[in-house]
Structure formats: structure tokens, C-alpha cells
Design a protein around this ligand. Structure first.
Ligand SMILES: Cc1cc2nc3c(=O)[nH]c(=O)nc-3n(C[C@H](O)[C@H](O)[C@H](O)COP(=O)(O)OP(=O)(O)OC[C@H]3O[C@@H](n4cnc5c(N)ncnc54)[C@H](O)[C@@H]3O)c2cc1C
Length: 481
């Protein structure tokens, strides 16, 4: 079978890229190793409740929001955003020193709330919010009304988040409060560039939404749009090799079983380490191979999935982000004892007819260094004890029904580290660019641009603009103004 482009990887980014390319008139094949599209975000059902795996909430889904506009451009329909509490969508709780703050949406409210808690540091708060605005304004992809650049340059300079906050003279507690959202991208404050951090968190600071039906609704919407477009789907088929022409250019993709999908262009929306296995030896320079191979991972996690009966109390319309201490950096190190790492608790925005809700307890965790050992029962028992201590008002009404460990995520993400957000976006170890030196091979996804559903979707547009030129992509984006 022959196509204009084969997209490898049917996550949000690969499926999004297939949609953009299809809308630009390309004949596209989309290959996904799992049996269904968007396996990371589609979640699962237990006891009649939907549980999310790779999508809980996002910024930019309010009216006119950036992600809503991108969804519109992709032709996604049937999605109903559900707002979290705009007066406090994330409850940030520190145990030592004891401090709690519910972060509201909207810069004016955030300024007021943080200013009241840190009256002597209003200047630092103001400077932080202004820096977030500047980083967003500098990105054409977060301002789709602006012309797209002819060539893509990625700002890989500037201070890290920790360095910036330090330079502002932010006290350690304020710095911890402003850094805790590093949990939304998985790179610690001392490693992530302020600009990269800003591009992930800015949307959440404006508005925070879940989706009716959760990640499953998002997966369905992608499926419908791809079907309407007539994209050739190859599900449950692993790409095994990128096939080259005698001249050394991309000629297609060989699937498990030997079938070849022919195309002069391939976009890989998969983990860069997986890409190495697909490209023949000698195509990439040894230094590039070593770089891809050595990209550090974001933390994996252990997760408890439970059923909450009755009122969600402190979790009504908000998540709980709990940090035992104010050393946010510690949450991103396997050397930190599990009980000193963060805890993230989220409760379904929708209740069943009999008043039950899905509740999830997530903690950064790491694969066991000894292959084959996982101690799933031990990891989940320790997590349950931490949840009971952190949420004594809810724990008696929660019954856990399932659990996941780093091994689960290694399988789901097709990467041995099972990093929730793929590779770290660390200043010292830059992520690969979407262009490769192999003619016709492009990269896309959370590992290339930015993590999260927004990052994965935006990366699809960035990669499409490299493959098809910025002008047609700009026109497509204009339609959703
Ligand atoms: C527990 C958890 C919670 C999260 N919560 C949120 C949240 O609340 N909000 C948010 O915005 N983001 C969240 N994220 C992050 C978000 O899910 C990801 O950033 C995003 O889905 C990544 O999309 P992607 O397409 O880049 O990568 P992936 O979804 O990893 O897609 C890559 C795909 O490629 C496939 N693949 C790999 N190798 C091959 C091969 N050789 N052949 C064929 N297919 C292959 C894989 O099966 C996979 O489906 C969360 C992630 C996790 C794990």
C-alpha cells in the first residue's frame, strides 16, 4: 500500500498529526502498536465508573482557549469540557512547614490569592506571572493568530525555573508553591527552562477543565474524525523498521509480520529510544544515537484507582497536590524515599446515578533497578497508607479497585522507564528537534516539543508545518479563529 505519509504512533500527537496532514490533502497511514488509538489517555471502566490513565485535566479548554481552538482545527467534535472550580482548581498542600493554598484560575485572582499569602513577595509574584505571559507571547503556536515562522527555532536558552525564582529573591515557600506544577510536565525546577515550564502551565493558570467522559471521550472524538477523513488505520500493528530507498531516503515503514507501507515521508510520534530501534545502523551519527539513547526520563508513577462514595469534600472541583516538604526537586529523584515524594489526588467531576465517583491517587515512582522485580502489592499498600494519612476525611469512604506501577506505564508507554511525560525537557539535555538528518523522517509528540495533551497536539501542528510548509498550516489555524 502506498501513501504520502506514514505516521508511526497513534497517541494524541500521532493521531493529531494524521488529522492535520489529512486536512492538508495528504494520503496518510497511521500505525499504532496497541489495539486502539490513544491507548495512554483512553482509560478504563470498572464497576460502571470511568477511570482516567493519561488525561485528567488541562488548560486552554475554556471558550476561545488555545486547546479548544486546536481541537476545532483538528475537526474534533462531541467534546464537552467540564470546568474545575475557578476559585481553586488545585489545592496545594505542604506538610512541613504546614501551608495550604487553593490556586484559582486567572492572573488577577492568582495575583490576589498569592499576594495575600505572601504579602512581602508581591514583586516576585508579579514578575513570575509577567514571565509566564512573555513566554506564551513569544510562541507563535500558542498564539495562532500570529504568522508562523518560516523556519522553526526553539528557544533553548534563558534561566531555569529555579534559577529565575532564585534571581527574583523568592523565599523558599513561595518558590515551592510556584514550582509544584512541575508535576504537570515531569521535569524538576532546577532543570526545566522557565520558558518551557511557562508553555505548559500557562493554560492551566487561565482555565482548568476535564472532559465529560474523560480521556475515553477524547479518544472517541479522534477516532470519529480520523474515520470521517478516511485515514488508513493500522491498529495492533507495531512498526518494526523504517525502510530506505537505494538512495538512502525514507521509502516507508515495515510492520510486524513483514507488510510494508510505502511513503516518501514518515513521522514518528513515539519515544525517541524506540525510534532508534527502527532506523538502520549507520543512518544516524553515533553522537545523535547516544544522545537519543541517553535522554533522561520523567518520573513514572504508582497509581491507585478507587471508588468514592458520597461527597468529594476537599476534592470537589479540585485536585490535591500534596508535598511533604518544600524541596520540590526531591519529587523527581528515585533516591528520595517514597514517603517524601509528592502525592496527587484527583476525583471524577462526574458522579454515577448512585453518587459514586472515580478517585485516583498518583505518586511519582520509579521502576525497580532489578529486572523482573516490581513489588506491586507493596508499592500500592504504601500508597494507600499515605492516602489515608493525607485525606482522613475521605479514606473511610474509598474502596480501591485497581492499581498501576511503573511496570504498567512501561507497557502503556512502550518505554522501559515508563516516564509519565516521556523524556525530561531538561536545559542540559535538549530534546530532539522534529527534523532529522534522514530525508523524509520527522519526529512529533511530547518528547519533541512539550508534554501534556496540549503539547502533543501543538507538536502535531509544528511537525505538519515542517512537512507541508508553514503557510497551509497557518491557513488551517486561521479557520479556527
Ligand atoms: C498518569 C498520567 C497522567 C497524565 N495526566 C495528564 C493530564 O491530566 N493532562 C494532560 O494534558 N496530560 C496528562 N498526561 C500526559 C499526556 O497523556 C501525554 O503527554 C500525551 O498523551 C502524550 O502523547 P504522545 O502522542 O506524544 O505520546 P504517546 O501517547 O506515548 O503516544 C505514542 C504512541 O506510539 C505507540 N508506539 C510506540 N512505538 C510504536 C511502534 N514501534 N509502532 C507503532 N506504535 C508505536 C505507543 O503505543 C503510543 O500509543 C498524563 C500522563 C500520564 C501517564
Amino acid at each position: 500500500m502506498s501513501f504520502d505519509v506514514v505516521v508511526v504512533g497513534g497517541g494524541v500527537s500521532g493521531a493529531g498529526l494524521a488529522l492535520v496532514l489529512g486536512r492538508l490533502g495528504r494520503r496518510v497511514a497511521l500505525v499504532e502498536a496497541a489495539g486502539a488509538l490513544l491507548p495512554l489517555v483512553r482509560g478504563f471502566v470498572r464497576e460502571g465508573l470511568h477511570f482516567d490513565t493519561g488525561f485528567h485535566y488541562t488548560g486552554g479548554l475554556g471558550p476561545g482557549g488555545i486547546l479548544a481552538r486546536y481541537f476545532d482545527c483538528l475537526g474534533l467534535s462531541g467534546l464537552s469540557p467540564l470546568p474545575l472550580d475557578p476559585e481553586g482548581f488545585d489545592r496545594l498542600r505542604f506538610l512541613d512547614p504546614a501551608f495550604e493554598l487553593c490556586l484559582p484560575c486567572g492572573q488577577a485572582r492568582i495575583r490576589e490569592r498569592l499576594g495575600a499569602a505572601f504579602p512581602a513577595e508581591r514583586g516576585a509574584i508579579e514578575a513570575y506571572l509577567a514571565a509566564i505571559d512573555r513566554a506564551v507571547a513569544a510562541s507563535p503556536f500558542l498564539n495562532p493568530g500570529r504568522p508562523l515562522p518560516q523556519t522553526l527555532t526553539f528557544e533553548a536558552s534563558g534561566p531555569t525555573l529555579a534559577g529565575f525564582l532564585d534571581g527574583l529573591g523568592a523565599g523558599p515557600l513561595l518558590a515551592a508553591v510556584l514550582s509544584l506544577h512541575c508535576l504537570l510536565h515531569g521535569t524538576p525546577p532546577g532543570e526545566i527552562l522557565l520558558s518551557d515550564h511557562a508553555r505548559v502551565v500557562a493554560g492551566y493558570l487561565e482555565s482548568a477543565h476535564g472532559l465529560a467522559g474523560g480521556g475515553a471521550a477524547l479518544a472517541r472524538s479522534f477516532e470519529q474524525a480520523l474515520a470521517a477523513q478516511g485515514t488508513s488505520l493500522h491498529l495492533g500493528r507495531e512498526a518494526r523498521a523504517i525502510v530506505l530507498s537505494p538512495a538512502g531516503a525514507v521509502a516507508g515503514v515495515r510492520l510486524a509480520g513483514g507488510e510494508v507501507l510505502s511513503a516518501p515521508a514518515v513521522a514518528a510520534a513515539i519515544h525517541p529510544r524506540r525510534l532508534l530501534g527502527l532506523v538502520p545502523e549507520g543512518v544516524f551519527r553515533p553522537a545523535y544515537r547516544r544522545r537519543l539513547h541517553g535522554l533522561p526520563s520523567t518520573p513514572s508513577a504508582s497509581v491507585l484507582f478507587g471508588v468514592l462514595s458520597g461527597d468529594p469534600g476537599p476534592l470537589a472541583g479540585k485536585n490535591l497536590l500534596l508535598s511533604p516538604g518544600i524541596d520540590v526537586e526531591a519529587h523527581f529523584s528515585p533516591r528520595t524515599p517514597p514517603e517524601r515524594r509528592a502525592l496527587y489526588v484527583t476525583c471524577g467531576l462526574e458522579a454515577s446515578a448512585d453518587g459514586r465517583r472515580a478517585i485516583e491517587v498518583i505518586a511519582p515512582d520509579y521502576p525497580s533497578p532489578a529486572p523482573g522485580e516490581d513489588d506491586k502489592a507493596g508499592r500500592l499498600a504504601r500508597l494507600e497508607a499515605r492516602f489515608a494519612a493525607a485525606c482522613p476525611e475521605l479514606a473511610p469512604r474509598v474502596r480501591f479497585v485497581d492499581g498501576a506501577t511503573p511496570r504498567t506505564f512501561a507497557r502503556l508507554l512502550n518505554d522501559p522507564d515508563g516516564g509519565l511525560y516521556g523524556v525530561r525537557h531538561a536545559a542540559e539535555a535538549p530534546v530532539p528537534l522534529p527534523l532529522t538528518r534522514l530525508p523524509g523522517l520527522f519526529l512529533s509528540g511530547q518528547n519533541v516539543l512539550a508534554p501534556g495533551v496540549l503539547g502533543a497536539v501543538v507538536s502535531a501542528f509544528v511537525t505538519a508545518s515542517l512537512m507541508c510548509g508553514p503557510e497551509p498550516v497557518r491557513r488551517l489555524l486561521e479557520k479556527a479563529q
